[in-house]
Design a protein around this ligand. Structure first.
Ligand code: DLZ
Length: 163
């Protein structure tokens, strides 16, 4: 039986017991900034709605999505955040850049999370067209920045429960 696809943008707000104590980093790629700005707005609003204080949200920009894993690593190592949300948007072009960047970013983000044993969230759109990106940055398919924030909070809650 196929399950209905989940869209975390339509999540029910949940009780996040340790929200006020958590420091969350958001690393944002400057490429396709109209899209990444919308994703950032969605992520920040969602964190605030769940009780993360504004002063505990650290936002930093990197030149492109390829730099997101390094930005996340520095956030964890130098700024001692509890989780990082990586926001980017890679759009298919005429060359193979898209494949190399998308794969490297996905692998890099996973590796940083495992290395630091902290949630490092993949809120990176990998789209064929700008229209697909718009649909996922506050359009008909929700906002993947919101989904990234929900995922970070859920992972922190899980780690809190296990610890
Ligand atoms: C070079 C490049 C290209 C062609 N496309 C994108 C893109 O669609 N989205 C994105 O976030 N970044 C892109 N970049 C920049 C790379 O991520 C990276 O910043 C440069 O290759 C320098 O390392």
């Amino acid at each position: 039986m196929t399950e209905k696809k989940k869209n975390l943008s339509e999540f029910k707000p949940f009780e996040f017991s340790s929200a006020s104590k958590k420091k969350i980093g958001i690393v944002v790629s400057e490429w396709n900034d109209r899209i990444t700005d919308s994703l950032l707005k969605g992520a920040e609003e969602c964190l605030l709605e769940h009780g993360v204080p504004q002063e505990n949200i650290l936002v930093k920009h990197v030149p492109g999505s390829f730099e997101l894993p390094m930005g996340a690593q520095w956030m964890l190592k130098e700024a001692f955040v509890d989780a990082v949300i990586c926001i980017g948007c890679v759009i298919q072009g005429e060359t193979r850049h898209f494949d190399f960047i998308s794969q490297a970013v996905a692998d890099g983000i996973m590796n940083v999370g495992l290395k630091f044993s902290k949630p490092v969230i993949f809120s990176v759109l990998t789209c064929n067209t700008m229209e697909q990106a718009e649909d996922r940055a506050g359009g008909k398919h929700g906002n993947k920045g919101v989904e990234g924030a929900v995922t970070a909070l859920k992972m922190l809650e899980l780690s809190h429960d296990l610890g």
